[in-house]
Design a protein around this ligand. Structure first.
Ligand SMILES: Cc1ncc(COP(=O)(O)O)c(C=O)c1O
Length: 456
């Protein structure tokens, strides 16, 4: 396999530690962002309440695994567009394909040849379904999967995995969180939850609601690996109860494996949803699955009612489809997934060693599979701590790292990973001192907040 690198990795040391004054412009822009946009951002996970009070950089551009903020500060980053950018920012072959597609027009009055080519290639590449429908956001396709499952089964209830934090901005999911304002009780009553790896719990749920649960939806894997027999057991239970099994592969697709985590674990759902990485950050999501179910959204059947399945103005926007084809070509040319797993494991080992070395191995925990790491922070009593998370963000921002998570991309080389580990090691030294001497002595400003909270 030919290994091409599209980014020369600048190993130049990052600037000296940043101080509060280095965030002046970002702080001024923050106020304007909040005046113009509710929440000051278009994704709550990117909100100011998720970052240290005085160090919430407003970004201007990215390239590879680096981003630059409005004050001109440069960071190695591990958020990667909320996990959507697996190839690195501005991956040139994707940009080239997009530039070419822009000359075709963005949205034409009938389906296009590009639409057909992308659909056929996606089905071949993922092996996750027999038909596919594209949309713009992950929420569009998870909501469509729920609707289709309800139409196919004629049932109203759905069951979601309570250990998986996000499936959709829509009411059927948000109604299960503390953020319930604006969601009718009648809608909330239709969603039930179960715990990951708790097969008896799922069996009990299905028994308690015989013939009523349209679908079970979960991510195949997140921080916990599937217990032996769990996914197979779900498949069996769904078959026994006439319930559809839906895998949300919006994070796992093109990151765990080109075909999603289902391809790694060998259990096939009835429907799957993809998004994020499929177009390296260009807006595209996909609902795919068995023809027998997907066809209900079609024009050919006469035996069942029609389902108004994903009919969107921008679902087949030409340059996003071109981006997806270029992404699939890249995956067929360079070892993206192997890189994510290998460098992710290198990162995990280095971070764990750094935490151990600084004596915070119990408090600073690296979680998830290497290709999609995140972290948990605990206080001296071993309790989850938003204050220590804030301190960690503060000390790593000061060292030129943007770390909402430790999500890796093809642009994160071994040298970048090693430089990251060295800086995290320093930051964890401050963590240790704060454990010993008190958080207040080191933390500037208020702690970050959970996204899911009913009140500000
Ligand atoms: C697992 C999962 N499903 C669905 C979604 C919703 O995707 P989007 O934000 O594109 O609507 C997300 C977004 O973070 C997600 O992580």
């Amino acid at each position: 396999m030919v290994v091409e690198k599209h980014f020369s990795v600048e190993e130049a040391p990052l600037p000296a530690p940043l101080e509060l004054a280095d965030f002046d412009r970002s702080r001024a822009l923050q106020a304007r962002l909040h005046a113009a946009i509710p929440g000051g951002s278009h994704t709550y996970a990117k909100g100011d309440d998720q970052f240290p009070e005085f160090m919430a950089p407003v970004l201007e551009r990215g390239r590879g695994c680096r981003v630059w903020d409005a004050d001109g500060n440069e960071y190695l980053e591990y958020g990667m567009g909320l996990r959507s950018v697996t190839l690195g920012h501005c991956y040139e072959p994707v940009l080239t394909a997009v530039r070419r597609a822009l000359r075709l027009g963005t949205n034409l009055g009938r389906p296009t040849t590009l639409e057909l080519a992308t659909a056929e290639e996606f089905l071949e590449f993922t092996q996750a379904g027999e038909m596919v429908k594209f949309a713009k956001n992950g929420s569009d396709v998870t909501t469509a999967a729920i609707k289709l499952a309800r139409a196919y089964t004629g049932r109203d209830l759905v069951a979601l995995c309570a250990d998986h934090p996000f499936f959709s901005t829509d009411d059927w999911f948000m109604g299960t969180t503390p953020l319930q304002a604006g969601i009718p009780a009648a809608v909330r009553a239709l969603t039930r939850t179960f715990r990951y790896n708790d097969l008896p719990g799922v069996a009990q749920l299905l028994d308690e609601h015989p013939g009523q649960i349209a679908a079970i939806m979960l991510e195949v894997e997140r921080d916990q690996t599937p217990a032996p027999g769990f996914l197979e057991g779900l498949r069996r239970l769904c078959d026994e109860h006439g319930t559809l099994l839906i895998f949300d592969e919006i994070i796992t697709g093109f990151r765990w494996h080109p075909g999603g985590a289902q391809a790694l674990y060998g259990v096939r759902p009835d429907l799957s949803t993809f998004g994020k990485a499929i177009a390296n950050g260009f807006a595209l999501a996909a609902l795919t699955g068995r023809r027998e179910i997907m066809r209900l959204g079609g024009l050919d059947h006469h035996d069942r009612d029609r389902v108004f399945l994903l009919s969107t103005t921008n679902g087949a926007e030409l340059h996003a489809l071109a981006a997806a084809r270029a992404v699939m070509r890249a995956y067929n040319t360079v070892p993206v997934v192997a890189h994510l797993h290998q460098q992710g494991e290198r990162l995990r080992e280095g971070l764990q060693a750094a935490a151990h070395d600084q004596g915070v191995g119990e408090q600073f925990r690296v979680l998830g599979p290497g290709c999609c790491l995140y972290y948990g922070t605990r206080d001296a009593d071993g309790l989850p701590s938003q204050g220590f998370r804030t301190l960690f963000l503060q000390e790593t921002l000061r060292r030129g790292l943007l770390l909402p998570s430790f999500v890796i991309s093809y642009a994160h080389t071994a040298a970048v990973v090693d430089a990251t580990i060295a800086r995290v090691h320093e930051a964890l030294g401050v963590y240790r001192r704060a454990l010993d001497e008190g958080l207040d002595k080191y933390l500037m400003g208020r702690p970050v907040q959970p996204v899911y909270r009913a009140r500000n």
